[in-house]
Each structure stands twice: as C-alpha cells, then as structure tokens.
Design a protein around this ligand. Structure first.
Ligand SMILES: [Cu+2]
Length: 167
C-alpha cells in the first residue's frame, strides 16, 4: 500500500514537472513558437522592468501589436537605437515584426517588452502571465520566469530612455 502510494506520488510529481517545463519552454500558436520567456529581476523601488523571449516563425509574416501584463501600470513594446552621440536609448515601437520563416529575438540591448510602473519588484523565481497580441495569429499567453542576471546592472532605469547599459 505504501509502495503503491509512493509510486502514485512519483507519477503526480513527474507530470507536474512536465507541465512546468512546458510552460517555461515553448508555447506554440499557429506557425509561431514562443521560446523561453523571462524577465530581469528588479530591485525594490525600481520603476520599470523588461521581458525577453525568442519567437520562431515557421509560417507567414506576422507581428506583435500589443502586450499585456498585470505586473505594471503600462506595458510597451520597445527597442534600442543608437542616438547621434552614440548612446543607446530605448524607444517605443508600434509593433514587433516577425518575418516569415525567421527567428526574432527579444533580448537585452535589443527588442523587449517593457513594464512601466511596476506594482512590486520582479523577484527571481517568480512567474507571471504575459499576453501577446498578434496581428494574424491572435492572442497567446506566456508564463514569464523572473531571473537574476549576473554581471548586469539592476537598473533598467526609473526614468525613461537615456540609460546606455542594461535592458
Ligand atoms: Cu524599454
């Protein structure tokens, strides 16, 4: 009896782990694969945060037109550009293009989903839902994992733009 129960518990634990791995791994929607969504951990009092992921598009061109999350007052789609003085600045973009049969990476220093006015710090190990709205494929909700990034500044900036490192 004890053995049987232990076996059952093992089965349950295994399937729970499998579900978690899937949630943190790849989510598919049509010809799109959303891979490893994560957000940088933030310090208390830090106003803004950012999330990153890789999107593999096996089909026709699409674009992310909006992102929604409950962790902050506003959610925007951002990229970085180099200004006339050679300083990297973040700017909001109306959409993130997902070219046909191509991989698009949202990563520190490039495209990212920006959380403006965090309601509370993003703590390492926590997860939160992020909804992406696609022009053609519809909506997809991803589970974002918060990670501490070693060797990178914690400040994503409390103001907006102007911070050369990070993101
Ligand atoms: Cu940003």
């Amino acid at each position: 009896m004890i053995t049987r129960r232990a076996w059952l518990l093992t089965l349950l634990a295994t399937s729970a782990l499998g579900a978690a791995a899937e949630a943190a791994g790849i989510v598919r929607k049509g010809g799109l694969e959303f891979v490893d969504p994560w957000a940088r951990a933030t310090a208390p009092g830090q106003g803004n945060g950012a999330a990153y992921l890789t999107i593999r598009n096996h089909g026709e061109a699409d674009r992310i037109v909006r992102a929604e999350a409950a962790v902050s007052r506003k959610v925007e789609l951002h990229t970085h550009e180099i200004d006339a003085r050679g300083v990297a600045r973040m700017i909001e973009v109306p959409a993130i293009e997902l070219p046909a049969h191509a991989t698009t990476e949202l990563k520190p220093g490039g495209l990212h989903v920006m959380f403006i006015g965090l309601h509370q710090p993003l703590e390492p190990g926590k997860r939160f839902p992020l909804k992406l709205v696609l022009e053609k494929a519809g909506e997809v909700t991803l589970e974002v994992e918060v990670r501490r990034v070693a060797g990178m500044p914690m400040s994503h900036g409390t103001g907006h733009g102007g911070h050369g490192t990070g993101n």
